[in-house]
Design a protein around this ligand. Sequence first.
Ligand SMILES: Cc1cc2nc3c(=O)[nH]c(=O)nc-3n(C[C@H](O)[C@H](O)[C@H](O)COP(=O)(O)O)c2cc1C
Length: 212
Amino acid sequence: MTLGSPTPREGQAELASLIRGRRSVRAFRQDAVPRGVVEAAIEAAGWAPSPHGRQPWRFVVVESAKRRLGLADAMAATWNAQLHLDGQDEATVRHRLARSRDRLVTAPVLVIPCLYLADLDVYPDADRQQAETIMAIQSLGAAIQNFLLAIHASGLDAGWMCAPLFCPEVVRDELGLDILLHPHALIPVGHAASDPVRRARIPLDDLIADWL
Ligand SMILES: Cc1cc2nc3c(=O)[nH]c(=O)nc-3n(C[C@H](O)[C@H](O)[C@H](O)COP(=O)(O)O)c2cc1C
């Protein structure tokens, strides 16, 4: 072991504290986020496991205030229609749209993890092709977790939003993204304006469904 590197037990405690400390923040201050922090987090995302090592992800960073506003407005139009479709009343729709817009406009940086399928294996049958795509999505989740942990380790916060999944074309068109990029999430990054309430976790005994 190299002199000065943590002992395994210290390393475990550090990792546990990082994993438990990461939280979904939904209200941000407007303080700037250093570019290096975002780059380091995207680099950490890229170290996630992936099917055949194909790294089926790309990340879009939206820092320009004008672009964030444009994206918020474009997505709001879709969400507005969907909330009305769900039968939500006008006041609730307005409140939810305003809150979501606030998140996108206040956080100084938005990161959009995209699924990138161009390098995946191609199969002659639909079942294996579908499994390949599911594996890619699973690994995108692992990459996003790496990203979130790296942001948290650097003293900043982030929060996973699923909105682009419901309007990928809107996000792609608004930002002029390549057709091969499939926006799967939206992650505001910044300094937390308040501490979120955390959900209790399922105890270990219940997490282990079977140990055979
Ligand atoms: C795939 C996925 C989609 C999510 N989408 C949203 C979302 O659209 N809006 C939101 O506020 N939180 C979203 N979350 C965050 C969860 O609500 C959050 O992780 C959960 O409540 C546990 O809180 P914690 O992250 O602070 O531990 C999402 C999380 C995941 C994994």
